[in-house]
Design a binder for this molecule. Structure first.
Ligand code: F3S
Length: 368
């Protein structure tokens, strides 16, 4: 890989051990990916925040890196944490877990990472323009950046996104290259798309079967539907999709009513009544929050969103929970066993990571 003089110097340790470590990571990654060089990136989105996902070892790794005195050289935001940072006590999160969360966030803060604690950085000011390269971790924001914002990013790990935050660089490979951003297959959607959950089910089904860059035909989604579709696609290996209506010579798969029903069935692991309905995966947008304000239900509902998008809604049943989500917070420790979700990503990870029993359905049905 060709490095600039400045990059060579960082690699030799002339900026200190912490930046050297970051450069070693990017160079190793670049070599694996066959990159010829590093390119500048506009921003980073760093994942690996909740004690549930990184554990004690991850926390010590971050504290050690922070102790070298490194600071982010570009704007860098952070993925959801494991608790609501202001209301964890009232919501019943265990104290030891919340304390550990505090230490992890202190390490990120010391490195100059903005503790935005959301998976929708594009809704809180980390908004790259078309054609701009960024280094984002968090698969749902990666696919949104590539497909909706037309920015360019590979699906970074927490560690490589942090290295990019510290150096403002990333390997020039994968989806930073225009030739890798062309559609590779097409999906003709003939199923009626009536609800956000339908977009999630569609994305989940296609993400299980395909890789590359699928082109969806027959879809006319809004921002929230794009967010749901992308997050579900990215449960599998897909990090970019396209929309189109014209003719295509690409191999085309049909997604009709039968496929939709199959996707819903595959995402449900129980037919029990949910103890807690969780919405906001990815984090709810301001419009979703406004829509929630109007609901009336007897069910217990938690709406997850970025703190910046918090609105005053709800009462006894409906709580707005910030900084965290249903997947990276220890719901089992709060006594929850059965959740209801309208997000395919949440359904998948609540079942497989958190070992909860999951009802996946439209929000309307979940609230009934
Ligand atoms: Fe975001 Fe958590 Fe879903 S990080 S995409 S709300 S699993």
């Amino acid at each position: 890989m060709e490095l600039t003089r400045e990059e060579e110097a960082i690699l030799r340790g002339e900026d200190g051990e912490g930046y050297q470590r970051a450069m070693e990571i990017l160079v190793a990654l670049g070599k694996i990916q066959g990159a010829q060089e590093l390119i500048p990136v506009r921003s980073a989105q760093v994942s690996g925040v909740s004690p549930m996902t990184i554990g004690e070892a991850g926390m010590e790794f971050l504290r050690d890196w922070a102790s070298t005195g490194v600071r982010a050289r570009i704007y860098a935001t952070l993925n959801p944490a494991g608790v609501d940072l202001k209301s964890w006590k009232e919501l019943g999160y265990p104290e030891a877990f919340a304390r550990m969360q505090g230490k992890i966030l202190d390490a990120y803060r010391a490195m100059g990472i903005v503790p935005s604690c959301t998976c929708t950085p594009y809704l809180v000011g980390n908004l790259p323009g078309p054609g701009e390269s960024v280094a984002w971790a968090e698969s749902s924001s990666v696919i949104y950046a590539n497909s909706v914002l037309n920015a360019k990013t590979n699906r970074e790990s927490g560690v490589s996104a942090l290295a990019s935050a510290l150096l403002g660089r990333t390997p020039y490979s994968g989806l930073h290259l225009d030739q890798n951003r062309e559609p590779t297959s097409a999906v003709e959607v003939t199923a009626p798309m009536r609800d956000l959950a339908d977009y999630a089910a569609l994305g989940y089904a296609i993400g299980r079967e395909q890789s590359g860059v699928p082109l969806f035909r027959g879809l006319h989604p809004g921002m929230e539907e794009l967010k749901a579709l992308g997050a579900a696609l990215a449960v599998g290996p897909i990090s970019m999709f396209r929309l189109g209506d014209g003719r295509t010579k690409l191999e085309t798969l049909e997604f009709g009513r039968a496929e939709m029903e199959e996707a819903y069935a595959g995402l449900n692991t129980t037919d029990e009544e949910p103890e807690l309905v969780c919405v906001g995966c990815p984090h709810a947008s301001p419009r979703e929050m406004r829509d929630l304000a109007g609901i009336k239900t007897k069910r217990r509902v938690w709406a997850f969103t970025a703190r910046q998008n918090k609105v005053r809604i709800g009462g006894r049943n409906l709580k707005v929970v910030c900084d965290t989500c249903m997947v990276v917070s220890p719901l089992k420790d709060l006594g929850i066993e059965v959740v209801g979700v309208n997000s395919a990503k949440a359904a998948y990870y609540c079942a497989h990571l958190s070992k909860l029993r999951v009802r996946f359905d439209t929000l309307g049905n979940l609230l009934r």
